[in-house]
Design a protein around this ligand. Sequence first.
Ligand SMILES: Nc1ncnc2c1ncn2[C@@H]1O[C@H](COP(=O)(O)OP(=O)(O)OP(=O)(O)O)[C@@H](O)[C@H]1O
Ligand SMILES: [Mg+2]
Length: 595
Amino acid sequence: MKSLLSLGKYFAMHRWRVLSGFLFILLANLFKTYNPTVVRNAVNSVTEKLCNVGTAVNGKEYLLGQLAIVLFVFLGTYVLVALLEGAFTFLMRQTIIVVSRLIEYDIKNDMYDHYQRLDLAFYRKNNTGDLMNRITEDVSRVRMFVGPSLMYTGNLVCMFVLCTAAMIHVNWKLALFTLIPMPFLSLLIYMLNNKINRSSEELQAKLSDITTNAQESYSGIRVIQAYVQEKAMLGFFGKESDEYKDLSMKLAKVESIYFPLITLLVGCSISIIVYVGGIYVGDGKITLGNIAEFIMYLNMLTFPVSALGWAVSLTQRAAVSMDRIDRFMSVQPTVLNDGGRLEDLKGTIEFRHVDFIYPDTGIHALKDVSFAIPQGQRWAIVGRTGSGKSTLADLTVRMYDATKGEVLIDGINIREWNTGHLRHQMGLVPQDVFLFSESIKDNINFGTENSSMERAARYAEYASIHEEIKQFPQGYDTVVGERGVTLSGGQKQRISIARALAKDPSILILDDCLSAVDASTEKRIEANLDRVLAGKTCMIITHRIFSLMHFDRILVLDEGRIAEAGTHRELLAQRGIYAELYEKQAATESTSTTS
Ligand SMILES: Nc1ncnc2c1ncn2[C@@H]1O[C@H](COP(=O)(O)OP(=O)(O)OP(=O)(O)O)[C@@H](O)[C@H]1O
Ligand SMILES: [Mg+2]
């Protein structure tokens, strides 16, 4: 329960609303519990008057007229009190439930800000589903505590105090009899609720299994059809659906006991009131009106008392969720943005004895890497798959910090720069292309102020994709589908290049950005890029060798180390890994052109 204390600061932010909410709870309950008194008095007056009418010889008409007036006054009072109660109940919901929504909004914003600050290592460790759950499911459970749970508990306390006081005032013994079933009611509802919660959680989990399964079948439909696995998938889906159905039935059964149980317990209480109360009326200890009044009190107490069990289980769940949220909020990013340097980049990159070990897997991806790219030069990073090229790129834009050694930009340790400022002036085309489900124009202009079509078209031309975009019926307004399904891999890569170029960065890093285009398109793009990139500091990562592009220097990575370094000619002359890669590539190209 301690975790719920961290909600304190949010309550403090909305203290006036919370306080007025509790005031409205009190007022609403005061009026609500006043009505049984009105009814009692009405019943008593009517019985009294009717007795008089029975015995009166004359003046019957007059007495009946008086009775009508009395009834009219009571009715008026009842309606007025009920209206006031309704008005305050409305205000109570308007404050407390609104506060819960506001607090939900605040927590979500805080979490979202925190998500934005966390680094890549965090996102690699946690899966997207969990992250989404934290900000939706967990927050909404906390909201249920702040809103309904608090409101009903407040309501119950007020109602209970006022009703019991009124009942004891009339007759404490009858009050005791009336209240005996209440704790049982609360306990039973609490137990039932826990059972329902557990069942609905199982149900939810099953549903999310089915959804994931269905989603995977749709996005992997090509593989499923190619391997003729439709039947197997259908069978699997059918089995999951059956389990889901069984769980739903189980839940429905438990839920169906809920209301009958409440009615049963309330029925017992009413019987007690009528029986014991009847005896007391006979003894002259209480009036008939008191019995009516007690039944009303009982009915009033039923809902809040049963809501208590519900509120307790909501509170428990909220505590668990809040604990998860707190733990998440206390995760500190490993890449701290505490350097304040805000200068324009000239564009030199230097690695000094850099080692990098992935924190989650312990893989030693870079070992004693040292090099320096002077401003305006274009270097290639070549190497077999898994040799650490993408890791090198990630360290250059500070997605991670080096485990040992230092990375320097313009001769200054990367940690001393403001990370956002640095990234603004760097363009990265990551290996796994990601486009947003927006128009091509917006994707290219992403992260820049200017969002004009002309601008997008200019950079698309540099990335040799303009002609293809023009062919689309909607041109630059074509919306890239979910994960860019309407585009081919090569097209996505080139849009991603255009996006990086559009930032007009001082340093540009292209990570394997032409892997999905064919050899002839690649040659065309290479020649084009060669012109566009002139004068920018570039790091071009590839495991193919671009023969048409001029490189000032080529680094060959092998198992995280720099194995060779030099110009194209020098490396060929060394007859090492580079020469081997080059010859292999030349051999496959000549077979593909001759075949
Ligand atoms: N996020 C990560 N967490 C843990 N280990 C990783 C992660 N990314 C890469 N690695 C490991 O680090 C090593 C270097 O990977 P890296 O992605 O830098 O290779 P690469 O040269 O870019 O390969 P490719 O040419 O296939 O893209 C590999 O052994 C890889 O398994
Ligand atoms: Mg890579």
